[in-house]
Design a protein around this ligand. Sequence first.
Ligand code: ADP
Ligand code: MG
Length: 518
Amino acid sequence: MASLYSRLTALDGKGYGAYKSLVGRYDLGRMTLAIDRVQSDPYAPPSKMHVELPNPAPDFHPVPVCDQVARAVARAFRGHRDISIDSPGQEVLPTASCVDRNGTLHIRFFVQLPARGRRILGRAAAHLICDDLPDALEDAFEGFDPTAAVQLYNQQERMRAALGENVAFIADGAILPRATGTSSLPLTGAVPFRSPESLRTNIAGVTGMGIPRGVTVIVGGGFHGKSTLLNALSLGVYNHTLADGREYAVTNPTAVHVRAEDGRAVAGVDISEFISSLPTGADTTHFTTANASGSTSQAASVMEALEACAEVLLIDEDTSATNFMIRDARMKKLVTAEPITPLVDRVRALWRDHGVSTVIVAGGSSAFIDVADTVIAMEDYEPRDATAAAKELAEPVEEQAPFVLPKPRIVAALKTQHGKRKKQPQAKDAGTIRHGKENVDISAVEQVVSRSQTAGIARALGWVEDHVDGRTPLTQLAEDATAATSALIHGDDHPGALVMPRPLEVAFALSRHRGLKV
Ligand code: ADP
Ligand code: MG
């Protein structure tokens, strides 16, 4: 510590590049500090450093322990302008901010090395790294006890594993709405969730509403909490942190939230289950476009979810293409050249033939009632079991034609134009990946929770670019690429801000890449 202090003060007044000499490892007593990468100038992204120390809770599941460490360090760094860590959001996921490597925690963070103009401020740097940083880390571990967080994490895992005949479960007392449209914190003063008697079940010791497999329709008036419920289901594939309100809202881990997304690129997707022909004469069994419409984009996204073996589809009318969802009798008479078989005429076959469940929010049209196994009515944020009432209103429907699942697409190429130097894809924001000269728009991939998770997906795309061999299915590449992101997160190098994605989201990002050839 003393030698690092004097080395830093000795750099005072030197050109900024002299900071580079600091790269290396330093023994700080209770922990080791590693300076991994030094920024090239004061305006570049901050320098990367990490500390290593023994895991104080080595017998616990490392994911919630590391998550708690990252949160504690983020709290301790708050107020320090020049030291930062990528802080977890409401979901508890493997994060590069903290990992356990053989019983040693690696806590990775960022430091803005101080300068005046382009000259090193050595004394300020010494103070920052040798006083402020160890003090903050000391604070973070003061009274550190991850027990409650670990128990909660394990409980959520148990519940998801115990879903059985349910696609999802929401506990009585859960708080589903968020504080604002842009915040993922719980809304204060919200109406707690309460299961209707008929759907109440007990999962791993918790009581609440089970949503059975099959076709479920959520109905209700506008502003009564339908989309809020669906969004909770969609993020129920992840574990949530303490006091989130959705801790015990768990969903089948393969569930995919699908929406319309006009303008998206589609590469070689068989959408013929929904769309038999197009005015361009394009082959809908191998649909390729740089600019999909509302209905074709949603058909493609459903087929891609099925290709990736999703067992549950989550669909909200608010974000769907109406002509993809339903078609009424009069419109059938008026528009005879309609090539679309809407979702309402396919969902039963999907369940009957392949056991794929669908949960649909449909407040505006009664068509889905005819094909539903379960109908949940949201009224003043309270669910009511409307299945019996809906059955009385339901009209008989014809047996649906068999549903043919898509064949796996083989990736032929991921063509990316690079500038002079090939660069790893990066997250521009939570919804955009910059890959070479291409922007991959994943803003409609609903279950991506943060920019750092998008960064995790971005690194996976980089791996795919390097490993396309012309004979591997897209979903297999996505899985291998996700494992590569995991290896980066758990590796020796400071990988920057990264959070683990599901292989599904990697597959969906790949599917939207305009350089994808299948
Ligand atoms: P819908 O999809 O039925 O139109 P939303 O789910 O969008 O309704 O919810 C409408 C509003 O009600 C949102 O502002 C949401 O945050 C709020 N809200 C949802 N559930 C609750 C609840 N349990 N308690 C209080 N407010 C809620
Ligand atoms: Mg809504």
